[in-house]
Design a binder for this molecule. Structure first.
Ligand SMILES: C[S@@+](CC[C@H](N)C(=O)[O-])C[C@H]1O[C@@H](n2cnc3c(N)ncnc32)[C@H](O)[C@@H]1O
Length: 205
């Protein structure tokens, strides 16, 4: 398994540093997908911040999905604090074998998890498998916009001077491989966003 994320320290970072990015990314997801109702799977949800931000501006039901039980416990606490008990579920598992039936969800979202996946071809084929026909995925990583990104890079670099380089190293292999992988999986449509919002694959089944 690729080196993963420590739940307690990640929770601190999300609350103290990353918090403002999630509402911005949630707006971008609605803008690019126009999916605001039905079932959404947040893959590698961590503490649930993106799924919660998206639930706050849509009618989506969010299934928070992560391999880490501790992350899911944190996500469950935050979802309850946002009164999302009736619009949330918590699923433990691995992206390479998503424990959902085919064509189950309208939208898959994922932020900051894909660098940890062992096999992108398998992972993205699983994402496409669980999408309903016409469903969409918004998968990748980023900090929303240039202003937020620059301020986060500065804050994180003060904590760890090598943070920016390790972060760049982590995303490069996927950036190189993804266009070929997605072409081989033949979804109805895909495009890659690579701009100040981050690096995102937008896929339509
Ligand atoms: C950096 S965190 C991102 C969390 C959250 N999406 C966010 O943006 O705040 C990466 C998450 O991906 C999860 N993860 C890594 N590999 C996974 C896999 N193979 N299957 C499911 N979850 C995975 C980790 O447990 C961790 O919670």
């Amino acid at each position: 398994m690729k080196n993963s994320t420590n739940p307690q320290s990640f929770d601190q970072i999300v609350r103290n540093v990353f918090a403002p990015i999630y509402p911005v990314i949630a707006e971008q997801i609605v803008d690019k997908t126009a999916i605001t109702s039905g079932r959404c799977l947040d893959v590698g949800c961590g503490t649930g911040a993106l799924g919660i931000a998206l639930a706050n501006i849509t009618d989506l039901h969010i299934s928070f999905f992560d391999q880490s039980e501790e992350m899911l416990n944190l996500a469950s606490g935050y979802a309850a604090a946002h009164n999302l008990q009736d619009r949330s579920a918590f699923i433990r598992g691995d992206i390479h074998a998503i424990p959902l039936i085919d064509e189950d969800v309208h939208l898959v979202i994922s932020r900051g998890s894909s660098p940890f996946w062992e096999d992108w071809h398998k992972a993205y084929s699983e994402i496409i498998r669980v999408l309903k026909p016409g469903g969409m995925a918004y998968v990748g990583g980023g900090f929303g916009n240039a202003k937020l990104r620059d301020s986060i890079v500065q804050t994180m670099s003060e904590k760890n001077p090598d943070w920016r380089n390790s972060f760049k190293d982590r995303i490069k292999p996927e950036r190189d491989a993804l266009p070929g992988i997605l072409a081989s999986l033949r979804p109805a449509h895909f495009n890659i966003i690579d701009d100040e919002s981050g690096f995102w694959a937008v896929i339509t089944k």
